[in-house]
Design a protein around this ligand. Structure first.
Ligand code: CMX
Length: 136
């Protein structure tokens, strides 16, 4: 299994409209994309710092994963995403290691990436995502 870098950090926010000006006007980052991922019940806003992205996540449904997270824990870091070479092989390897997977096979995420989540109970409390760009 080979992780190459931190692809992005996901941050749960109540409102993109309120959070984006902080990232742009105070931190000086540029929001380069806003995308709704209906399957995940979120609207996302992306920023780049070096080769790492920051993904702000606003829930579109209180029963979605981010809506439930904010209700329980409040706003804050929601997940850590690694770029993985060979996503399906990585998931098969992790399953073989007894790691609890949320996704046994990749699904489509924002920006056309293939993504899969590992359960936070199996990763010391950090919801962990693996991503692969199918065009690379
Ligand atoms: N980080 C750490 N722990 C988390 C968590 C998170 N982001 N989300 C939930 N948990 C914990 C909860 O605190 C809870 O712990 P306790 O049992 O100790 O109270 C436990 O996991 C179960 O949480 P829950 O609120 O009952 O929620 P579910 O079990 O229904 O779902 C999870 C939890 C992680 C399986 C679900 O959120 C999931 O499938 N996440 C993956 C998809 C996702 O997060 N999508 C949004 C981002 C998409 C994108 O980046 O495009």
């Amino acid at each position: 299994m080979k992780l190459t870098h931190i692809e992005h950090l996901g941050i749960a926010v109540k409102s993109l409209e309120q959070a984006i000006p902080f990232y742009e006007n105070v931190l000086g980052l540029k929001c380069y994309a806003i995308e709704e991922v209906a399957e995940q019940k979120v609207k996302t806003a992306f920023f780049k710092v070096g080769q790492t992205k920051i993904e702000l996540l606003e829930s579109t449904d209180p029963e979605g994963p981010v809506g439930k997270f904010i209700e329980k824990k409040g706003e804050g870091i929601h997940h850590l995403a690694f770029a993985a070479e060979g996503l399906q092989a990585s998931l098969d390897y992790l399953a073989g290691q007894g790691v609890q997977l949320i996704d046994k096979a990749p699904r489509k995420g924002a920006e056309g990436l293939h993504i899969a989540f590992l359960h936070p109970k199996a990763t010391f409390g950090v919801l962990t995502e693996l991503c692969e760009d199918p065009n690379k």
